[in-house]
Design a protein around this ligand. Structure first.
Ligand SMILES: C[S@@+](CC[C@H](N)C(=O)[O-])C[C@H]1O[C@@H](n2cnc3c(N)ncnc32)[C@H](O)[C@@H]1O
Length: 211
């Protein structure tokens, strides 16, 4: 796998280092601010693919215990600057799919432009991973990107076709909120939804036994 591949940390390092980050919001989006006003002190939150991580301090200020993670050391360095030294220990370099988060499940997983940065063939692995990391009735929430009608675009970002996200997540989640987004950055304008999905009790398949 070479560094032009979005699964490689250098792909993202190069973009952060050269300032080519058209997905970067530069602050806390309104949908999350509204959620935090209505759900203060909400427990443990995970922010995978946190990038600059403007949301880390917002969650912490609302009373959440935050774990944020990014594959790119340049992104994590930036998130450390943005969130400040007190939160730096909570912001880790790592691979969301491989990192050991421990046995205690999360109450919330926050999504913004991480899922759409993954190759579409990794969506099922993402769905299974968030389902495994959340407690029953925990929430997967945030921003989900839908592609314009027509043939699939070359990404990232890789958007969902209408209906495809529902089909993907229905195995382990109930969609409980779905709202249009008014403050998207130009890259996502008109194609983003604020969504909240609640983890059902449907169990993941048991891991194969090792002899
Ligand atoms: C489009 S950026 C979004 C960053 C941030 N969520 C935001 O809203 O600005 C995608 C981020 O996902 C990170 N990433 C990609 N694959 C990852 C993985 N397997 N584990 C953790 N982070 C990953 C990249 O390094 C990059 O910072």
């Amino acid at each position: 796998m070479d560094s032009t591949h979005p699964s490689h940390p250098e792909f993202w390092d190069q973009r952060y280092q050269s300032g080519q980050t058209p997905w970067d919001f530069g602050g806390v989006p309104a949908g999350l601010s509204s959620y935090l006003r209505h759900h203060p002190r909400g427990g443990r939150v995970l922010i995978p693919g946190c990038g600059s991580g403007y949301e880390i301090k917002a969650f912490a200020d609302a009373g959440y215990a935050v774990t944020a993670l990014d594959l790119s050391p340049a992104a994590v360095a930036r998130a450390h600057q943005v969130a400040g030294p007190a939160l730096a220990p909570n912001i880790l370099v790592g691979d969301f799919f491989a990192h050991d988060f421990g046995a205690v499940p999360f109450d919330v997983i926050y999504e913004r432009t991480f899922l759409c940065s993954l190759l579409p063939e990794r969506r099922e692995a993402y769905r299974n991973r968030v389902a495994a990391l959340l407690r029953h009735r925990g929430s997967l929430l945030g921003y989900f990107y839908y592609q314009p009608p027509g043939p699939a675009e070359a990404g990232p970002p890789f958007g969902f076709a209408w209906g495809a996200a529902d089909e993907l997540f229905a195995r382990y989640f109930l969609l409980v909120k779905d709202l249009p987004v008014a403050d998207s950055v130009p890259l996502f304008a008109g194609r983003e939804r604020w969504q909240e999905r609640s983890r059902t009790a449907f169990a993941l398949p048991a891991a194969p036994r090792t002899a």
